[in-house]
Design a binder for this molecule. Sequence first.
Ligand code: PBG
Length: 393
Amino acid sequence: MKFVLLSILASTASGFTTLSPSFLPTSLSSSLPPLKSTPDNSDYDFSPTSGSQPALITNNNSDVWVPQRSRPRRNRKSQAVRDMVKENLVTPANFIYPLFIHEESFNTAIESMPGCERHSLDHMLVEVEEAMRYGVKTFVLFPKVPDELKTNLGVEAYNPNGIVPRAVSMIKDKFPEATVCTDVALDPYSDQGHDGVVSDGKILNDITINQLCKQVICQARAGSDVVAPSDMMDGRVGAIRDALDSEGFTDVSILAYTAKYASAYYGPFRDALDSHPGFGDKKTYQQDPSNGREALIEAMLDEAEGADMLMVKPGMPYLDIIRRLKDNSNLPIAAYHVSGEYSMLKAAVEKGWLDEKDVVLETLTCFKRAGADIILTYYAKQAAKWMAEDGLY
Ligand code: PBG
């Protein structure tokens, strides 16, 4: 089509034009008949350029002409022009790569997240190294904790010899330039399968924060660069900031799960960690998917309490929330492309219904366009690899 238009624009005063073969691959040029610049539509009843009230007019060259000075397609006319006017670019440095870890000496596939595994600690280092080779610099760790270590108070969350502190120091020892984030919440350590301490079927806010502060200090002592509270207790960001500062960890950042929704998209993640809620759901602490303004209340509070970055989770179904936070805060905004979103793409790709590379790179770009500076995605390593293969970064 592009060739046809170029050809028409280049047509002569005769009013007729034939496609210039030099524009076209031979197969295409031979399959197309010559085209007149003002087709007479002889096969049809209606000719837009004819009659007493023609719908379309012709220019000085007798070519069909829809008069308009602005033609947005000019900014899309070649790859070079499209690249020049591109508004949003995703780079591997924008990614945070979530890694599932466990105490075993082997990796275990996660059935509902094809391509993702629970890594042994040794293999976690291999995964980090590979991702870093493609420019991914930041990681977040999620542990699968054996059932016998789970308690209502989640005390394993602040065991200095627990899997997370050991994993953090292993990564920081081997790759000091990597940024390591740690998840702050009790669910992997809770025998109740909740993010906080449970009493009488309720998730207690303030005593949970007491436990989270212990968890954060344990992680900071192990070398965590960024703590990421995903628990949604009220006031936890401020308490965590004070705990960190009072122990001298003024450089440890807080990536707050600011707008974390009570979402069905977390299912595969809970499979991966065996962390499905033991009873009920998480709706007394995670947000109602029907609410948008509520995210702004959370954002204001997290910002005032000292958060360094604000996160929206899930990602794709909540692009409007990403945009609202971006417009209402000057802090960097992160989007979590969560497990269920990953699994949906994988399933469609496995069926051959979507092109994986194209759909993933488009999805990640959409996060940027919506306002995300940072993207947590299980596709981080793969996307960075595709970018490297395309010579982008
Ligand atoms: C728990 C936590 C969850 C995720 C990250 N941290 C699940 C939940 O809240 O139940 C979900 C991430 C994903 O689905 O990819 N604190």
